[in-house]
Design a protein around this ligand. Structure first.
Ligand SMILES: Cc1cc2nc3c(=O)[nH]c(=O)nc-3n(C[C@H](O)[C@H](O)[C@H](O)COP(=O)(O)O)c2cc1C
Length: 245
């Protein structure tokens, strides 16, 4: 194993940070590394907004949960899928940019995920900790209003960065016997692999929470998928002119 692989395998989300700031040059370095990621058709459909205003950070921390680390991390960002920038350069009387197509929606989301994850790895390589914040999608319209985000741009997740003030264990992942397949979508190894993983996750939660949480991955997925999640998202995207055909 080399240092990069070792770093990747040591990832764990950090939700408690020291007060130590991060200088602007370091942030610029992390984000430059982020935007060096591959991008579909070189569209570069990712934009990240740093939220410095205390009032805005507190408003986002509140709507996202509340999740206090949104306000208390050294730096907080909102990653946006951005189909407005590319549309703006082709907007003429003759061409109506087809940014309402599902295919462009997928491209933009993938671009954002790749850039953000590159930035996450860059930050972790410097000893910083990160936590993604999907909770901002509880009220994406309010996030747009707070940050003046225009049509054709939509916030996907927040991103806390800071110096870790905790040292949580690495959360186990499903075994490769379940997630890596050869030649076809063969599920014959899934049941055994998931059963073993369920026990591993129970143990992970028991240890991490002093016995308060004791659920398996199967139980967690049952809880997650047995109810509707953020049903407003589709209408929100359509109102932004996204994913309509
Ligand atoms: C897109 C995305 C959104 C997430 N949203 C949140 C969030 O709102 N709050 C939070 O505490 N963690 C959030 N997470 C972190 C996940 O819970 C975490 O990555 C997962 O449980 C695996 O744990 P690990 O990152 O420590 O390995 C998010 C992760 C991703 C990729």
């Amino acid at each position: 194993m080399n240092d990069v692989i070792s770093l990747l395998k040591s990832h764990r989300s950090i939700r408690k940070f020291t007060d130590q700031p991060i200088d602007d040059d370091t942030i610029a370095e992390i984000m430059t590394a982020g935007f060096a990621a591959a991008t579909s058709s070189n569209m570069q459909a990712a934009t990240v907004i740093r939220v410095r205003s205390t009032d805005k950070r507190e408003a986002i921390a509140s709507l996202a949960g509340p999740q206090p680390y949104v306000a208390s991390s050294a730096a907080f960002f909102v990653w946006c899928a951005d189909l407005a920038r590319s549309a703006s350069v082709v907007s003429t009387d003759r061409v109506e940019p087809a940014t309402d197509m599902a295919e462009h929606h997928i491209r933009a989301c993938v671009d954002v995920a790749l850039a953000a994850q590159n930035a996450a790895i860059a930050a972790e390589s410097l000893g910083l900790g990160i936590c993604y914040i999907g909770g901002i999608r509880n009220d994406p319209q309010q996030v747009c209003e707070l940050l003046d985000i225009p049509d054709r741009v939509y916030p996907l997740f927040g991103f806390c960065i800071g110096w870790p003030d905790q040292d949580p264990d690495v959360k186990p992942r499903l075994p490769l016997s379940v997630t890596l397949k050869d030649d076809s979508y063969d599920t014959s190894c899934d049941a055994g692999g998931i059963a073993a993983y369920d026990e591993q996750m129970r143990e992970y939660y028991r240890t991490r929470t002093g016995g308060t949480k004791d659920t398996s991955w199967t139980e967690d997925m049952g809880a997650l998928l047995s109810r509707e999640t953020r049903p407003h998202i589709r209408e929100f995207l359509h109102a932004r002119g996204i994913d309509k055909r």
